[in-house]
Design a protein around this ligand. Structure first.
Ligand SMILES: Nc1nc2c(c(=O)[nH]1)N[C@H]1C(S)=C(S)[C@@H](COP(=O)(O)O)O[C@H]1N2
Ligand SMILES: [Mo]
Length: 584
């Protein structure tokens, strides 16, 4: 008591809850000796009905289809009717006004920035995918229901956590390529996404304030037969004349339009819909475009971009002299000089250099990447905490399977509590409160009980629905009465984290007052199991799963968390470079 009095008037640095001495600081680098050991995945497979098909079949099948397409196109061109069609629809509608401003500097700069940004978005996106290497259409992520995976089936004979499931991908592809490096990959993904979105918005604005939109936006239905005509011409290797300087052919126009005005916004929307705060706030939108649908469509949009890139680059180099095409987009001139090459080659080498250095840099300067990400996008993401979650589901939405995650408690103290049915359990609440308290499980169960059926969003990508029952945290707050200085709430676990040292996490006070923030002791109408966090685990429905501490031992109200662990606001924040506000 006396200690507390001195602390309150601020004469001593705050003494923390006794568990705080078990927190350990983490390294600022991603140290492989302190990391999940590598684990190989498998060649990706797609499920058709009950059969799993190896995606490598795409190569021979695609090749055969291409050859067949070419043969059919050649044959068709012999037919008089088709020849008349090609004359009538040469490849682009004649009536459309042409662009007269060539390829201005802003457009060339934005084209390059788009290439640079996309490279990092795609690499970090693949890294994020590898943290839960399975895709589903349904919200519940039950093993066997996925439509795509690059991991073996989930073992049924043992506890298999989502962390166990993550796979390694090579460092030249993933960013940074280390197994379960999603924390760092997400900083890259979101930070570069912000730059890419700004570039995209500026691009839209400039397109429509100049005549440049005419190249990209179809204005007549005649583009459809013209695009068919162009496809036939490409497939039969008699390329239509290139008028890109003033007008794209209809196939180009349709594909570019879809890329700029459909695939890009779809990626942004399906990215955001994977966030607990946004999805849970948007009600039926979040239910219809559930997290797994959003994640699957996000992945299909990636394939659109990859295929677009492949075909786009191939056509630039095989239709007509590449010099001419490069001159337009890289030097802004319409001639056959080498000026385009002179710009293109050094810039591509720059992208290659950045590509090559990004993973080693991220591993060595992990904390810097985390802090830069926090600075660039952490605060924007944090704004989503102001939205209160209110999406409740019904009993029939409860998932048949709920992935477990995290590192289980392994102490004699905890085992003794389990063996006594948690009779000896006391939840300790201390720190900057007027009334420090200890509650037994029976006392907690006697408090006002709240039940909620909600979706859990793990940072790794899986989700699951359960009915949770417990005490609202706002009720506890009213009992212990935090002082005016209390800005954060620390949850300490009985369990250590994966790299040793105690698991903990920090939340803002305002977040703890949300209607759906509870200390749960029930899951699906039964006492919560040890696997899922008994005797008490946090539910905070506008944050990602790692912030919901399981096996809660103590709760402390603090003014600042800089002196806890490595000062990042939680175990995964310290050790795995996550952000401490993660509603997105
Ligand atoms: N003490 C502790 N709590 C934890 C974790 C952990 O490793 N230790 N993992 C977190 C993560 S990453 C998730 S997704 C959820 C998983 O909860 P579940 O096992 O009930 O699915 O618990 C969170 N709480
Ligand atoms: Mo998680």
């Amino acid at each position: 008591m006396q200690d507390d009095d001195i602390n309150e008037i601020g004469r001593l640095p705050p003494a923390h809850d006794p568990i705080a001495k078990y927190l350990i600081a983490a390294d600022d680098r991603l140290l492989l000796s302190h990391w999940l050991p590598p684990q190989a995945g498998i060649v990706p497979r797609i499920r058709l009905g009950r059969r799993w098909i190896n995606v490598l079949w795409v190569l021979p099948v695609g090749f055969v289809l291409l050859i067949a397409g070419v043969a059919v196109a050649q044959a068709l061109r012999q037919l008089p009717g088709v020849q008349a069609f090609l004359v009538r629809y040469p490849g682009a509608p004649a009536s459309v006004a042409a662009v007269t401003s060539g390829f201005p500097l802003w457009l060339r700069v934005q084209h390059f920035l788009n290439l640079l940004f996309m490279a990092f978005i795609i690499r970090s996106g693949i890294q994020i995918l590898a943290d839960h290497p399975r895709l589903y259409w349904k919200r519940d992520c039950t093993p066997g229901t996925e439509w795509f995976r690059f991991q073996k089936p989930v073992p049924a004979d043992r506890v298999w956590t989502a962390k166990d499931d993550s796979v390694t991908i090579p460092g030249w592809l993933g960013l940074p390529g280390i197994r379960h490096s999603i924390g760092l990959a997400r900083w890259w993904h979101f930070s570069v996404n912000l730059l890419w979105t700004i570039n995209g918005v500026a691009f839209y604005a400039l397109l429509f304030s100049t005549d440049q939109w005419r190249r990209l936006v179809p204005t007549t239905w005649a583009v459809i037969p013209n695009a068919a005509s162009t496809t036939l011409q490409y497939l039969s290797f008699t390329f239509p004349p290139d008028h890109s300087w003033t007008q794209y052919n209809s196939l180009q126009q349709l594909v570019y339009f879809a890329t700029v005005f459909i695939a890009a916004p779809t990626s942004i929307v399906t990215g955001l819909m994977q966030s607990p705060a946004i999805s849970n706030h948007l009600g039926w939108v979040g239910r219809a475009l559930n997290r797994q649908r959003a994640r699957s469509v996000h992945f299909l949009a990636l394939w659109w971009f990859l295929l677009f890139f492949l075909v786009h680059v191939t056509l630039v180099f095989i239709t007509g002299p590449a010099r001419v095409s490069l001159n337009m987009m890289w030097a802004g001139v319409h001639d056959s000089s080498w000026s385009g090459f002179a710009v293109f080659v050094p810039l591509i080498m720059l992208v290659a250099l950045a590509w090559w250095r990004a993973s080693p840099f991220t591993i060595r300067h992990a904390r810097l990447v985390q802090k830069t990400g926090e600075l660039m996008v952490g605060w924007i993401k944090g704004l989503a905490e102001w939205w209160s979650p209110h999406s409740q589901l019904t009993e029939k939405d409860i998932s048949p399977y709920f992935w477990p995650n995290g590192t289980m408690p392994a102490s004699a103290e905890f085992d003794a509590l389990v063996n006594a049915g948690f009779a000896g359990y006391r939840l300790r609440i201390d720190g900057l409160v007027e009334q420090p308290r200890e509650f037994s499980l029976a006392e907690l169960c006697a408090m006002p009980k709240q039940e909620q059926i909600t979706t859990h969003f793990c940072i790794q990508g899986w989700s699951g629905v359960a009915k949770w029952g417990g005490v609202p945290v706002r009720h506890i707050i009213d009992l212990v009465r935090p002082t005016a200085d209390a800005r954060y709430v620390v949850f300490y676990s009985f369990a250590d984290g994966g790299d040793g040292g105690r698991y903990y996490d920090v939340h803002k006070m305002s977040n703890m007052r949300h209607e759906l923030t509870i200390l749960a002791y029930e899951m699906n109408g039964m006492p919560v199991t040890v696997l899922h966090g008994a005797p008490l685990r946090l539910r905070c429905e506008n944050e990602l799963g790692f912030k919901m501490v399981k096996w809660i031992a103590a709760i402390e109200f603090v003014n600042d968390f800089a002196d806890l662990g490595s000062g990042q606001g939680g175990y995964n924040e310290d050790h795995e470079f996550y952000g401490y506000r993660m509603p997105i």
